[in-house]
Write a protein that binds this ligand. Structure first.
Ligand code: PGA
Length: 249
């Protein structure tokens, strides 16, 4: 199966001209590697641009509201994304949790609104440094708990549509990714939890956190890892070009 690379631009670049150029260089680079699928999660204002709309099938929102419409100033709904041709949205990123106080209950509501609009959520989960220090067994319990809290109330048929990302909070924006051996073990554990509790045998689970051109190959070489969510390395066209080139296993 093809591995999926999701570029998370975060709040970059600063202008529509730079954004158009980054998108075209990213898609040109990604199209040369037939063993990957590629998505770019871009800032919401760019999604409505004509150049972006034409490439909507390669795009994802970085967020989405839990609401459907109405008095929610500053928010945008899953239906609005869908109306632009966008089919994916990141939900539950650790920066949303930290700076915008999103918790499992809010994230679960966002997943439900994606379900209602036909958007596939790219759902990020992962532990803090404090939990990781206590060892992998505790991390496994934590991840199982996060999954159960978020997924429990979700329509069963929708669970296979969710793309999960194991993204340890301490590895985001850090110097080094998680040790690929440990993340592969945790991703396997997430997959068996999804099977055990929700009867979903083949969930897609990516790894995220300090992925770049020098480590992508080793990360993707682990069988349980279905792809990567890439932050910083995705906004430098030369680095992204190298990364997708190295994303061959
Ligand atoms: P990073 O970010 O690759 O810069 O660590 C990953 C992410 O936040 O998704």
């Amino acid at each position: 199966m093809k591995k999926l690379i999701v570029a998370n631009w975060k709040m970059n670049p600063e202008t529509i001209a730079d954004a158009r150029s980054l998108l075209s260089r990213s898609l040109a680079a990604a199209s040369k590697n037939k063993s990957i699928d590629f998505l770019a999660a871009v800032p919401a204002p760019f999604l409505a641009d004509a150049v972006f709309k034409k490439r909507a099938k390669y795009l994802a929102g970085q967020n989405v509201s839990w609401g459907q419409n109405g008095a929610l100033t500053g928010e945008f709904s899953a239906k609005m994304l869908y109306s632009l041709g966008v089919k994916y949205a990141i939900v539950g990123h650790s920066e949303r949790r930290e700076y915008f106080f999103e918790n499992e209950e809010i994230i679960a509501k966002k997943i439900r609104s994606c379900f209602e609009a036909g958007i596939r959520p790219i759902l990020c989960l992962g532990e803090s440094t404090a939990i990781r220090r206590k060892g992998l067994d505790l991390v496994k319990i934590y991840l199982k708990d996060q999954l159960r809290q978020i997924i429990a109330g979700i329509e069963h048929s929708f669970i296979p549509k969710i793309i999960f990302v194991y993204e340890p909070v301490w590895a985001v924006g850090a110097e080094e990714p998680d040790d690929p051996e440990s993340s592969a073990e945790l991703i396997s554990h997430m997959k068996s939890t999804l099977n055990e509790f929700f009867g979903v045998p083949k969930s897609k689970v990516l790894y995220g956190g300090s992925v770049d051109s020098s480590n992508i190959r080793e990360i993707l070489a682990k069988k349980p890892v279905d792809g990567a969510l890439v932050g910083r390395a995705s906004i430098d066209p030369a680095e992204l070009t190298k990364l997708v080139k190295n994303a061959k296993i």
